[in-house]
Ligand binder design. Structure first.
Ligand SMILES: N[C@@H](CCC(=O)N[C@@H](CS)C(=O)NCC(=O)O)C(=O)O
Length: 203
């Protein structure tokens, strides 16, 4: 299979970390939405990453749907419980992070995609507030020991650690380390894992 998109995208990176954690062989094409749109459209006509091309030529999009398919193809996987409250919680924790990341990415795109005079500060402030709300929810969960990380990392741990790493690097004025110490600690427990190291942001 082929994973399309740069690991600078937290959505691509969480798929890459999942594939490496499971030991699923794949090729990585680090195509950029800034410079490689035509090539990306060959995998996803909506021109978004991640995209995953399966060995049978099927193209998948959206990180949640891609990961669901990968896990479904991996008998005995332990990243996501098969059913029940435990599964629901892992998926909700992923959703809190992904929701915050959606807002953070809009925050980054707003000034890049509009002429300066059309950037509206209250919109940016609202996006920053929503991103912070996501991090605040996750910090409270992390403080209760929800995310084990390390060798026991599940799908939520991976998603939250990848999301925090992206936000802290890209928007340090929002992802302020001193305000989210338990997310900092989770990130430290995860970023040394071989699966995370195999997906560097510049890749
Ligand atoms: N909900 C999507 C979000 C993916 C996303 O926002 N990808 C960004 C890169 S980080 C992208 O492709 N942006 C180009 C665009 O949306 O026009 C997912 O989980 O895969």
């Amino acid at each position: 299979m082929i994973l399309v998109g740069r690991y600078a995208s937290p959505f691509v990176r969480r798929v890459g970390v999942v594939l490496h954690t499971l030991g699923t062989p794949f090729e990585h094409k680090g195509l950029s939405t800034a410079t490689d749109l035509a090539a990306i459209k060959g995998y996803n006509p909506i021109a978004r990453v991640p995209a995953l091309m399966l060995d049978n030529g099927e193209n998948l999009m959206e990180s949640a749907a891609i990961i669901d398919s990968i896990l479904d193809m991996t008998p005995g996987q332990t990243l996501l419980p098969a059913t029940g409250a435990a599964r629901r919680q892992v998926l909700q924790h992923c959703a809190i992070m992904c929701s915050g990341l959606d807002k953070a990415i809009q925050y980054i795109y707003e000034p890049r995609r509009r002429p300066a005079e059309k950037v509206h500060q209250p919109v940016l402030d609202g996006l920053a507030e929503q991103t912070t709300a996501s991090l605040t929810m996750l910090e409270a969960l992390a403080a209760k020991g929800t995310f084990k990380g390390g060798a026991q990392a599940n799908l939520a741990d991976i998603t939250v650690a990848v999301g925090w790493f992206f936000l802290h690097k890209g928007l340090p004025q929002i992802a302020v380390a001193s305000q989210f110490p338990n997310l900092v600690a989770l990130s430290a427990r995860c970023e040394t894992l071989p699966a995370f190291q195999a997906c560097p942001l510049e890749g």
